[in-house]
Design a protein around this ligand. Structure first.
Ligand code: BEZ
Ligand code: FE
Length: 290
């Protein structure tokens, strides 16, 4: 195309792609470039705004290293990570939610009823429930990974006062699909605001807080793996999560218990636990593998 105009430039881009372009690559790029071109036409983007956008990307790259990926965080606060998650999730089962940057491999094994609280400060909680299939039947041998913040709002890999695997565990459920463990109530925390993501949040009058949550990865042969989080119903940031991770079906209740008779059978912490403490009951439903 010789005379490129603002109206035919999108078609020109497509014409320049060779016929042997892999169909999915062609389709995704066609959509991406169409939306980018429409964005410029619809906003009448100025040179200064275009440069500002490129600067933001450059700073995002500068801030990214093997320990911290500012691009992922940018995608998180724009709602992109959650949207990719949602369009790839099955309609049935417990919804997925963001993985976040603080998951590490190798969490220690925890028996069903095991104690993850250990000597952590914070309100004690017993979390229990079942892993089920969409028909409500228990999934034998499902594996659950759990990780969470300590009482100071930091994960073990953000805080050198904590041991490497503090507040992390791996449970293999039995034939009844039951999981249970004791831990502390995690604290809400902020996403890092010292880079371009922080700049973007401030420019739009947004805060960096996430509601407190427990992270879970649940896997079982024959089922789709589930990466998700569970949030308390009384968290002040539930309706304004900085990374758009909350779904109604992921909200649970911390029930305050004032009597040790509320401790379920088989809890390692039973002898040490004093009231008051909290209990949480939350079932996970895994979708069958396609
Ligand atoms: C988290 O839940 O750990 C998290 C998720 C997205 C961005 C930052 C933190
Ligand atoms: Fe988190």
């Amino acid at each position: 195309m010789r005379t490129v105009t603002k109206d035919n430039i999108t078609q020109a881009f497509l014409d320049y792609c060779s016929d042997d372009t892999e169909p999915r690559v062609r389709f995704v790029l066609e959509k991406l470039v169409s939306h980018l071109h429409d964005f410029v036409r619809e906003t009448n983007l100025t040179h200064a705004e275009w440069r500002k956008g490129l600067e933001l990307l450059e700073k995002t790259g500068d801030m990214t290293d093997p320990e911290r990926n500012e691009f992922v965080l940018m995608s998180d606060v724009l709602g992109l990570s959650s949207l990719v998650d949602m369009v790839n999730s099955p309609d049935e089962g417990t919804p997925s939610s963001v993985l976040g940057p603080f998951h590490i491999l190798g969490a220690p094994d925890l028996p069903v009823g095991g104690d993850m609280k250990q000597d952590n400060d914070g309100a004690a909680v017993i979390v229990k429930g079942h892993v089920r299939n969409p028909d409500g039947e228990p999934i034998k041998g499902a594996e659950i990974e759990i990780w969470q913040t300590a009482d100071n709002g930091l994960y073990s890999n953000q805080d050198n006062q904590q041991t490497e695997y503090n507040l992390r565990g791996h449970i293999m459920v039995g034939d009844d699909g039951l999981y249970q463990f004791s831990t502390i109530r995690p604290a809400p925390y902020t996403v890092p605001g010292d880079g371009p993501v922080g700049e973007l949040l401030r420019a739009t009058g947004r805060h960096p807080w996430r509601p407190s949550h427990l992270h879970f990865i649940i896997t079982a042969p024959g089922y789709r793996s589930l990466v998700t989080e569970v949030f308390p119903s009384d968290d002040e940031y539930l309706d304004e999560d900085a990374v758009f991770g909350v779904r109604e079906q992921l909200v649970m209740e911390y029930v305050e218990q004032n009597d040790v008779t509320a401790i379920p059978d088989g809890m390692e912490i039973a002898e040490r636990l004093q009231a008051p403490f909290f209990t949480v009951d939350f079932d996970f439903v895994l979708a069958e593998e396609a």
